[in-house]
Ligand binder design. Structure first.
Ligand code: PSU
Ligand code: MN
Length: 311
């Protein structure tokens, strides 16, 4: 491990890693920026419980006191959930926030950096960043996608929200040799929506087979991520047409208000949440939990595979 990077492990995570238990890394930006208090704290705990019920140990990641914390305690989660103004820290922000000290909420991209440094090959988040609509004009492409080209971590998600251009997001991943495997559906999912309307390049429903594909991806010498998607349960999903009209309005409002850069994601997410009222909160919670549970099962199947290979 690089001694210049201050990583702090919770006792449970250092024990899990030392004994070869499956671990799933989780981001903290969804706590500070994805949901309001106290739903954010309650959801973060349910997401951790879902990883456990899948058979792995959850390691929620954040920046605290100028160090990367791998495995937040319940008190850490409460503190992050209830403290206003914690900055969103993506990969490019990490060196500055770590050097200065203080708190930071990790995005998918920066959580992957931490997971890889910590030796955790699995990460879960319901919604990844992607290519924004209008990117041909703004060049707004989430660092999450670039980080996928650099971090050897399996990323389990429910696709990305339709606030993004999901067609271009998939093209980007294809160009960058990041495999996508969809579990439980032929299509690439879209967070609240069961389908993005785009067919996924591969579908595998058997968790052990997905674990084998992940290991093979790395055995082939690839040093990048592999994406595994699973859709929200039909009962909690929100209809395509409803989401689409809300996004169109929110994008126009963001433009009129001059919202730009890394503030766009949160602005659009809040607008969709408000317009769909209580149902989006329920959908949000449901998909965060189902994604985390699948990640737990995959990490467990992958750990078992590695044990077999060694015997
Ligand atoms: N998508 C969601 N919920 C989120 C995010 C994205 O459905 O909370 C957050 C994640 O932390 C993701 C980040 O890594 O937004 C991407 O932000 P940007 O587009 O600025 O890269
Ligand atoms: Mn951006």
């Amino acid at each position: 491990m690089n001694s210049a990077v201050p990583l702090v492990f919770s006792e449970e995570i250092s024990d899990a890693l030392a004994t070869g238990k499956p671990v799933v890394a989780l981001e903290s930006n969804v706590i500070t920026h994805g949901l309001p208090y106290p739903d954010n704290a309650a959801t973060a705990r349910k997401v951790e419980a879902a990883v456990r019920s899948g058979g792995a140990v959850p390691a929620t990641i954040c920046v605290d006191d100028g160090r990367i914390r791998v495995g937040m305690t319940d008190a850490d989660i409460e503190r992050f959930a209830s403290t206003p103004g914690i900055p969103k820290v993506s990969s490019r922000d990490l060196p500055v926030v770590l050097a200065r000290g203080g708190m930071g909420a990790t995005t998918v991209a920066s959580s992957l950096v931490a997971a890889e440094l910590a030796g955790i090959p699995f990460f879960a988040s319901a919604g990844i960043g992607g290519v924004h609509r209008g990117a041909e004009r703004t060049m707004d492409i989430s660092s999450d996608l670039v980080q996928f080209t650099r971090s050897k971590v399996a990323v389990v998600c429910a696709g990305a929200k339709k606030i993004l251009d999901l067609g271009l997001t998939m093209e980007y991943l294809e160009t960058q040799c990041v495999p996508i495997i969809s579990c439980g559906s032929d299509d690439f999912p879209a967070f609240y929506c069961v389908s993005s309307g785009l067919r996924s390049p591969h579908r595998i429903d058997d968790v052990a087979l997905i674990a084998a594909a992940i290991e093979t991806h790395w055995a082939l010498g690839n040093e990048n991520s592999i994406l595994i998607t699973a859709p929200i349960g039909q009962a909690d999903a929100i209809g395509d047409d409803e989401v689409e009209s809300v996004i169109a309005g929110a994008m126009a409002a963001a433009d009129a208000e001059g919202v730009r850069g890394n503030a766009i994601t949160k602005y659009l997410m809040r607008a969709v949440d408000e317009a769909t009222e209580g149902r989006s909160a329920k959908a949000n919670m449901s998909v965060l939990i189902s994604t985390a549970e699948l990640a737990g099962r995959l990490a467990a199947a992958h750990a078992e595979l590695r044990t077999k290979d060694l015997s």
